[in-house]
Design a protein around this ligand. Sequence first.
Ligand SMILES: [Fe+2]
Length: 161
Amino acid sequence: MAVRLNHTIVAARDRDASARFLAEMLGLPAPVVLGHFAGVRVGDTTLDFMDVQEYRDGATEIASQHYAFLVSEIEFDAIFARIRERGLAYWADPGRTKPGQINAWDDGRGVYFEDPNGHLLEAITRPYGSGGTAASHPHPLVAHRLMSPERGTATHRDPST
Ligand SMILES: [Fe+2]
């Protein structure tokens, strides 16, 4: 049997509100509460939101994590519309230097936005590097490798290496 990621815990200030936010933003079924978790199913995996005080033994600080979701073009349209309807900040890049923009990496579309806990969420229509170097807009990680002389230049055509 292939190994699949079954679940992961996401620290939250308000687990129910946070789980609802993710489900609503991505257009997924409502969260399911199981013990101290409010779980949002994403494919094979459940993102189990848990109040940080319980998860981290009284801690209130949340370390920002990053969660990226591969979506269809139609789903991207819906997600991006919800971002704008809610007036959420969004960026084209993980460093948040390009506010109010989306990217076209790998000739798809990508956008970054935050959940209520400061976790950085990303919706993409193409996996990183899937456009290779032939894309009109190669993923910057692939492009960087291409332009990096110490790693070899045009010989790197396979983004998976
Ligand atoms: Fe990412």
